[in-house]
Design a protein. Structure first.
Length: 261
């Protein structure tokens, strides 16, 4: 029941509050759940919190000029729907990703949000963020720790030049993987995004899948993707070696996803 109500709220949140006591509350054909304000407050908070757990794809970037982090995605709807919704949502979302020159300004849910390094983020931004997170990993609060991270194809395929893990055979792949893991020591899911083949420009890659919650990603039904097995095996091999030396460290599962709804 809570899930059904939260879906209804997602598209009608403000309208609910305006028309809560109107005659439509008795209309079985009404698309708006107008009885919501009359529910017990504990149930209302549960519903708002449930709505706050929807997955977002958060495109994180860094502005060198302003020396601050930002994201393409807007503030979660639950945080500007009404006072009650905001109060519930702030139990789930936390202002995160501050820098020495700028306070945190991005609302982040570490459990359900996917931080996404996509085609609109420049390589030098990604390199800076990796160094920044590695340098400050031990000082981050739990709510700032990235648990789900997605990489666009050019970044994860070790058979391509310019990937984050160094081209296989270069002699640097293992070291680069270790440094990458040190940037995200609490990472539980590392997502490789496939599907750039045949796209002529960056806008063509992500544009068709843009939503208010970020670029829409879905789990790929097969593990067949150019470079996936090669990259996956390289990471898993390095992780296995690290586990023997550091058994208490967290190592992520590797998931293959693609653009879609």
């Amino acid at each position: 029941m809570s899930f059904y109500i939260s879906l209804s709220l997602a598209s009608n949140q403000r309208e609910i509050l305006k028309r809560s006591m109107s005659s439509s509350s008795d209309d079985p054909q009404s698309p708006i759940f107008t009885a919501f304000p009359r529910l017990p407050i504990e149930l209302r908070f549960k519903i708002w919190e449930n709505a706050s757990m929807a997955t977002r794809t958060l495109e994180l970037m860094y502005c060198f000029t302003k020396q601050r982090f930002s994201a393409f995605q807007p503030v979660p709807a639950v945080l500007h729907t009404c006072r009650e919704a905001r109060q519930a949502g702030k139990r789930i979302y936390f202002l995160s990703f501050g820098s020495a020159k700028s306070p945190p300004r991005t609302y982040f849910n570490p459990i359900s949000d996917i931080v996404y390094f996509g085609v609109r983020v420049y390589d030098d931004e990604v390199e800076f963020m990796l160094r920044f997170f590695r340098r400050h990993a031990d000082s981050f609060e739990d709510e700032e720790q990235i648990q789900r991270l997605a990489l666009t194809e050019d970044m994860w395929r070790i058979d391509l030049e310019g990937n984050l893990f160094a081209r296989l055979g270069s002699g640097r792949t293992g070291r680069k993987i270790v440094k990458f893991h040190q940037s995200f020591p609490h990472l539980k899911e590392l997502i490789f995004v496939a599907g750039q083949d045949g796209c002529e420009d960056d806008e063509e890659v992500e544009g068709p899948w843009e939503t208010s919650s970020g670029v829409s990603l879905v789990k790929r039904q097969t593990d067949i993707a150019a470079g996936f097995q090669l990259t996956r095996e390289a990471l898993l091999s390095t992780f296995e070696s690290r586990k023997k030396e550091f058994p208490d460290e967290v190592f992520p599962e590797i998931t293959l996803m693609e653009y879609g709804v």
